[in-house]
Write a protein of this length. Sequence first.
Length: 707
Amino acid sequence: MSTTDDGMAVRIGSVSERSPLTLPALLAHRAKTASDQVAYVHLINGEEPGEQTTYGELHAAVQGRAQALAGRPGAARSAVLMYPTGLEFIRSFLACAAAGIAGAPVQVPMRRLAVQQLRAIADDASTTMVLTTRLVRDQVYSDFGELPELAGLDLIATDDLAPPARLVRLPEVGLSDVALLQYTSGATGSPKGVMVTHANYWANTAETDALWPFGDDGTVVTWLPLFHDMGVMLGVVVPLWAGCPAYLMEPEAFIRRPARWLEALSRFGGTHSSAPNFAYDLCLRDGPREPIDLSRWRAAISGAEPVRPHTVHEFIGKFAPYGLDPRAVSPAYGLAENTLKACGSRADTEPAQLWLDADELGQGRVVLLPGDPAGGSELTSAGVPVMSCGVPVGGTRIRIVDPHTLRAVGPDRLGEIWVSGPCVAAGYIGRGEESERSFRARIRDEEEAGPFLRTGDTGFVRDGEVYVTGRMKDMIIIKGRDRYPQDLEYSVEQSHPLLHPTSAAAFVVDTGEQESLVLVVEVDGKALRSAGIDGLTEAVRGRSRATTGSKLRTWCSYVAVRCRGPPAARYVAIPAVSCTSRGRCPDWTGPWSARDGMTRKRSCSAGVTVWQFPQAAAVVSGVRAGGSHGHVAELGQQGTRAPRGRGRWPTDGGSLPPRGPSTPAPSAGPTAGGDPAAGVDPPALPVQQGSVALAGRAHAAAGLAAF
């Protein structure tokens, strides 16, 4: 720990700080003690430094905006923050905090659905004030100005704000005041705003530094969207707390060329950066265009979605020759309701991995199998690899609890992950009863242990380390045993060497008579040419049969897997509904309807009709431009059920249009036996959406990055 002359602790290695500060007070301290130090740098196209600001400049800009906001009539208590990645978001976020206004970050809308989400969040936060840039404001009015969702909203360009003529007295901001409203599930249900306080931010940053110390040479490089909890925390709050520079690149720059991330880490000496598992996968496929040195990168944090063991091992293997320390790759677990981080692998240890018996795991028991964690290969079809997400530190405690009895489970038993400590947020804004259930739960017979946050995630603790196995609502039940979609997807992806990681999706369909498991696998042209659709289908079917112990029936269809060529050659095979910023998919009930230009394309040898939809974005592949197509192996299995909502799936295996960036919202329901060429839907049946990795990657292509 180091302290200033006035006794304030600002750089610490534990959560035993003596004087936690609010964000405005922390910025004022930085401006006083390091006024000329560079605080944040925006990277143009993710490569070259563009706009940058020092702590002194930032403090002056924040104070001016805070004065202007506080001086507006009506004294708003909350505001929507609608910004692209850049320094204006940081200025406005901190200005709101200084003015006692709780900011709610949202994505800049690119389609009508995002405008609807914007309005839903504004209504939930009880505000009509939307802060943005002049350029974004004008673009939103140009694209969506006639939509009723914008009626009554006041879009204010903060880069045009002038300070008030007379000095406005800013409120005294306390540690218990709300610093940010972090919205979750806005895309998949009614939005819920997590009330993150200044005290929450201080505690979580302190614990982050305890796990992955910044030291005097700490440097953050990030491409994460700033409207996401991990983006705002590790891109804005942590650098301010640690007093280290942060280099910010747009998510789109990373998606277009993932190696930019690694090149920026090398060029600017990045020590700390984080991303979901899929980002590390993408870097395995996209090599850097210049010599890189990753020897300073000591915290490569992987979180926000299931951490794949093979991804960790392959990433270390590929980039260790470039100086990457194997101990730097650190799986972590967190959620917005806990500010962000709940636990993580320490910087001085390599991440641990276990091989578990899949059948026993389905019964809620943790039984180890012999495996090869270092090699990341599966030694038995019944084995499931699970990566450790490290340990909690500081005041955070994690317990595993039976979600039905509310009692703590014994050793080597699965249960719901419950979290307590100073990082747990204050609750959901305007949702008292739900906050009481989720944020202030008590363990039966241990009520004195204090309130806990119920995460909705399942896992176990072994040797003090936390292992996350999935989400309770995503569970697929096969013949009385619980199966996690990501485990089924991983098993399928390992069935053939030409299948890529994160290329499978598992969910359940309901024919009206029974529910069946469906696996959709993305296949590229190389795999098709080398192995053929029959060989790939048989490999997937064999692995699935070995994994589930059930006989499968199979058929095939088309799906967009590589996007080159004319827009008219786009194909989709699943209704790729919108996912949250963590890649979680909704309990969705809307039917799909036919659109102009949707025609019956052909039937494959198995008699499956394939529908062509020219306007649909190629959401399944995670690429926005459309083009050539590949195949999908779809596997149905009897005797399954799932506890979640319903979507739509064509009974004949044909494709329906996704709700993608350029696709209108669904309208009237389908007509049985219809033909899209005649303006009528193909026949449809309910679909249970599971953990669809591909849809999450599609969300990333739209600039979000599936966390």
